[in-house]
Ligand binder design. Structure first.
Ligand code: ME8
Length: 515
């Protein structure tokens, strides 16, 4: 047997300085859908997520709460992990940057960059935003009416920082990065955000301060314990740690590095598309194949913020709408890569129209008819008409359509096309009227029900990455054995005569709670 091809994907690792919000959940759910899709499509998937625990932001938040940074990180890493579990995020490892193997990994990449002559000691004087864990040039900041200096791009407060620091020779990598972008036009997406990165690099790169001496909450710099690494050097390296680095001869590393996909939000594209490949080039390590940059979620068009009180906790949404409706809404509503807005009516609209009506109703009506009129087993179809053949062909083509969409993380497009076929199946069902055929032509009724079940089964199989729980229940109702739910199994049509359990509704409507 040839080994299954490997597929290694990651989310950004979150700062556990507070509780996760729906923006975090969005990234994890999308990456999880990608991981599940690839598994169902026969890949040997490794899925990494976790927490980014070092740096001044963690240190300062902890101090305010009377905790050590480690205590704060431990407490909130558990909250993030519990949220992943509650959201059905099928990670293979939840990495914490305080894990021992991560220290070894971050120190090894540092040594390699140093050995390559890319690290030198100097002193840093400039502006630093703790919120963004990021340095800014004077010209990238401005003093507001309140006398506070802020970073123009992110609006966060900056403080003057002057200390001994190691620098990474980022300036050396401008040409190599531009060559990478030219040679691998799919290295980052969407194109508009990738173009912003390219324009920034074309504007010239300055060397990067990569260590701090004014606090010690970080990975110690090899050979100079007065310094800890700049948090982003250590954070980005988590992707290598997850792949078994520094053990480059390990099975884990040989199987999974380079990563196939990093999924991140738009605010950290420069770190992933500029710094990260430059560090890897310097350390003489292969580069990840793709960085997918998603947009930001806004509450009713407004930025989520604690002061506006509009931050959605993922667990509240799950309690209110149900997990699979939340997962479906987020991936169906917003084209991945674009910013998106959410509100209650939009979620309810998707839950009721797309799930309860389009899919749930069709499944329930066809399965109930089968239970009553076909001895509770998959019906035996007769000869297919041109309409039957056309619909079955469209359903069969959905695997190709979904593969093409997932290959570029177009979850929205995948679901849109899949639901279009469902919509047409609803029209077919209404037109064929099997409840009339029941009396006039029962053999034809059996064929119509068979065709409908075959489409529902295809949709339930392909929608598993987005709605694992509900689709599993639906596939149970369709009599599809657990070992026949991967995409390869779609090549075998439903077997007539398979006994089916009594149908139950899988996609309930949202009912407003009584006032
Ligand atoms: O940036 N909508 O951590 P983080 C969508 N530790 N996505 C959002 C969002 C929103 N409103 N707000 C944040 C960090 N995100 C670093 C990453 S990776 C080596 C280190 C996304 O907790 C954000 O873009 O601030 C990022 O991808 C992720 O959530 C974690 O953000």
């Amino acid at each position: 047997m040839t080994p299954r091809p490997a597929y290694y994907l990651t989310t950004a690792i979150a700062y556990p300085n507070g509780e996760p919000h729906i923006g975090h959940a969005y990234e994890y759910i999308a990456t999880d859908a990608m991981a599940r899709f690839q598994r169902l499509d026969g890949y040997d998937v490794y899925f990494l997520t976790g927490t980014d625990e070092h740096g001044l932001k963690m240190e300062q938040t902890a101090q305010k709460q009377g905790l050590t940074a480690r205590e704060l990180a431990t407490r909130n890493a558990a909250v993030f992990k519990a949220m992943d579990d509650a959201l059905g995020v099928s990670y293979d490892r939840f990495i914490r940057t305080t894990d021992a193997d991560h220290y070894a990994s971050a120190q090894e990449i540092w040594r390699r960059m140093e050995a390559n002559g890319d690290i030198y000691l100097d002193s840093y004087a400039g502006w630093y935003s703790v919120r963004d864990e990021r340095f800014f040039g004077e010209d990238e900041t401005a003093v507001g009416e309140d006398g506070v200096r802020r970073a123009t791009e992110t609006g966060t407060e900056v403080t003057w920082t002057e200390e001994a620091s190691y620098f990474f020779r980022l300036s050396r990598y401008q040409e190599k990065l531009l060559a990478l972008y030219r040679d691998q036009p799919e290295f980052a997406a969407p194109r508009s955000r990738f173009n912003e990165v390219i324009r920034f690099v074309e504007g010239g790169l300055e060397d990067l301060s990569i260590s701090r001496t004014s606090f010690d909450w970080g990975v110690p710099v090899p050979g100079d314990p007065d310094h800890v690494m700049y948090v982003w050097v250590d954070a980005l390296t988590n992707y290598l740690t997850g792949a078994g680095f520094p053990h480059t001869d390990s099975e884990q590393y040989r199987t999974y590095w380079p990563a196939d996909l990093h999924v991140i939000g738009k605010d950290i594209s420069r770190f992933h598309c500029i710094f990260w490949p430059a560090f890897l080039m310097s350390a003489d390590l292969p580069l990840p194949k793709r960085v997918m940059i998603h947009g930001f979620l806004h509450n009713n068009g407004e930025k989520m913020s604690k002061s506006l009180g509009n931050v959605v906790a993922p667990r509240d949404w799950v309690a209110q709408y149900g997990l699979d409706a939340v997962r479906f809404f987020l991936l169906r509503e917003i084209p991945f890569g674009a910013d998106g807005s959410y509100n209650h009516d939009a979620v309810v609209g998707r839950k009721n129209a797309d799930l309860a009506n389009n899919l749930g109703n069709l499944a329930q009506r066809s399965l109930s008819m089968v239970a009553k009129n076909c001895d509770g087993a998959v019906p035996q179809p007769g000869a297919f008409t041109a309409e039957d053949e056309a619909l079955l062909a469209r359903a069969a083509d959905l695997l190709r359509v979904n593969r093409e969409a997932y290959a570029v993380q177009d979850f929205h497009g995948a679901l849109e096309e899949t639901w279009r076929v469902l919509g047409d199946t609803n029209a077919y069902f209404a037109e064929q009227a099997p409840w009339v055929l029941r009396k006039t032509d029962p053999a034809r009724m059996a064929t119509v029900l068979y065709v409908t079940l075959q489409v529902v089964r295809t949709v339930a199989t392909l929608a598993q990455p987005v709605m694992p729980g509900s689709c599993a229940t639906l596939l149970d109702l369709l009599g599809v054995p657990e070992d026949a739910r991967d995409f390869a199994a779609l090549g075998t049509p439903l077997a007539p005569g398979t006994p089916l359990p009594a149908p139950v509704p899988v996609f309930p409507r949202y009912e407003e709670p009584a006032a």
